[in-house]
Design a protein around this ligand. Structure first.
Ligand code: AMP
Ligand code: GLY
Length: 431
């Protein structure tokens, strides 16, 4: 069959690469894709938000399954649109995608299902939210342990972890009064700040059966040692020793199962990737957020380890028959993905810098260079985004995988290229 992947980042390159290895798949199309997906698959110049054009393309090209990479089209209802036209598509429908599209919906779902998560309050008015902060923290210089969040999608920028009341009031003002995130700021969530290490547990579910993927850890802050501003993710590895088999069982029993059942009970069954962003607190794992799609960059190391046919899994999920699938087989070796970024990211950056050394890096054994923000200019691959490449390697140990990934990173250069140097080091502290 033919498959269509929606999106243009590193996650979508990893999906397209893995799908192209299936003996059941003839053509992999990626809309709109990047310079890397053009090598492993075929790019289609349609924006991931143009549902009518995408559906029409899928019909004309006998696409048997569409896989949605990013959250925005899911929250905007691409799955409903495709299904209405009789097209098979992997991902949650618009109502279920609210788990990521609305943090208040997510928190309400967690609370109803008794899933461990931070205590929270929801405010519709910035004034009421500000009053709450002032009443709760009346003393100047007092330690504040709250997190302020915009309700809706804010491209990963709607969350402020606060140390002072001033920071909290500023975040409330930005979200609620200045409306820097537009309608995403129609509601403000104030929640208790949790402490611990973060980990990502992703599961594929058809709303009944839950297939948990090996745990991963992202690195959100820009610089080494978790310093600097928040980013989309500067690197990831899987599996992570932070999530032991016992913790994984707890996550399944106390987080994933009650959430999936809760959604089903609410007549809003969830089908697709349920990605739990977790904080490992000293009271056990608690949910920070749900995402409704593969994590980027977690997807890259996870898929590098998958030995089974991805299309079998995603198709079974899309038709509600995940129960019929054998448990996937995983390479026992860990994988590490290092993100190479443009100078200035996560702030503003220039595009169009020629990238050199890709061929050299590609020749290395056990390495795959996933493209994210890249495009072609003539026959040259050039930068086209903040996160440019996800250099991923598999090795006998996490240290060996890390070494291979950074050896490949060293082959690649462009003007202003940089990366974190400590991706996966947290694993060593826990092993
Ligand atoms: P979210 O989009 O809700 O996952 O938030 C993005 C990031 O903000 C998370 O990955 C955490 O690093 C941080 N964060 C969110 N909620 C909390 C919380 N309750 N306590 C501490 N950190 C948080
Ligand atoms: N890795 C973070 C995310 O995909 O949201």
């Amino acid at each position: 069959m033919n498959v269509l992947v929606l999106g243009s980042g590193g996650r979508e390159h990893a999906l397209a690469w893995k799908l192209s290895q299936s003996s059941r798949v003839r053509n992999v199309f990626v809309a709109p894709g990047n310079a890397g997906t053009q090598i492993d698959a075929e790019n289609v110049p349609i924006a991931e938000t143009d549902f009518a054009e995408l559906a029409s393309f899928a019909k004309r090209n006998e696409v048997g399954l569409t896989i949605v990479g990013p959250e925005a089209p899911l929250v905007a209802g691409v799955v409903d649109y495709f299904r209405d036209q009789g097209l098979k598509i992997f991902g949650p429908n618009k109502a279920a995608a609210q788990l990521e599209g609305s943090k208040s919906f997510c928190k309400q779902t967690l609370r109803s299902a008794d899933v461990p998560t931070a205590d929270y309050r929801v405010f519709r008015e910035a004034d009421a939210a500000a009053r709450y902060i002032k009443d709760r923290f009346p003393h100047e210089g007092e330690d504040v342990n709250v997190v302020v969040k915009a309700d809706g999608l804010a491209a990963g920028k709607g969350v402020t972890v606060c140390d002072t009341a001033e920071e909290a009031l500023e975040a409330i003002d930005q979200i609620g009064r200045q409306r820097v995130f537009g309608d995403a700021g129609a509601q403000i969530i104030i929640e208790e700040r949790l402490d611990g290490e973060e980990a990502s547990v992703l599961a594929i579910t058809d709303g009944k059966t839950i297939l948990t993927l090996p745990p991963a850890q992202d690195h959100k802050p820009a610089y080494d040692d978790d310093q600097g501003p928040n980013t989309g993710g500067m690197g990831a590895y899987s599996p992570t020793p932070l999530v032991t088999p016992q913790v994984m069982q707890m996550v399944e029993e106390k987080v994933l199962v009650p959430t999936v059942h809760g959604m089903k009970r609410a007549r809003n069954p969830f089908q697709g990737v349920l990605y739990a962003g977790l904080m490992m607190t000293n009271q056990g794992p608690k949910v920070l957020e749900y995402n409704v799609r593969f994590g980027d960059p977690e997807c890259q190391p996870i898929l590098m380890r998958l030995k089974s046919d991805l299309v079998d899994i995603l198709e079974a999920c899309a038709v509600g028959d995940l129960e019929s699938i054998d448990p996937p087989e995983w390479d026992t070796r860990p994988a590490v993905c290092v993100v190479m970024a443009s100078e200035g990211y996560p702030g503003s950056y220039e595009k169009g810098k020629p990238i050199r050394g890709l061929e050299e890096a590609t020749k290395l054994e056990d390495v795959k260079v996933f493209h994210a923000g890249t495009t072609t200019s003539g026959d040259q691959v050039v930068t086209n985004g903040g996160r440019v490449l996800g250099v991923t390697a598999i090795g006998d140990t996490i240290s060996a995988a890390k070494l291979k990934a950074y050896t490949a990173v060293k082959c690649i250069r462009w003007d202003g290229a940089w990366c974190r140097k400590d991706i996966s080091d947290k694993a060593l502290r826990h092993s």
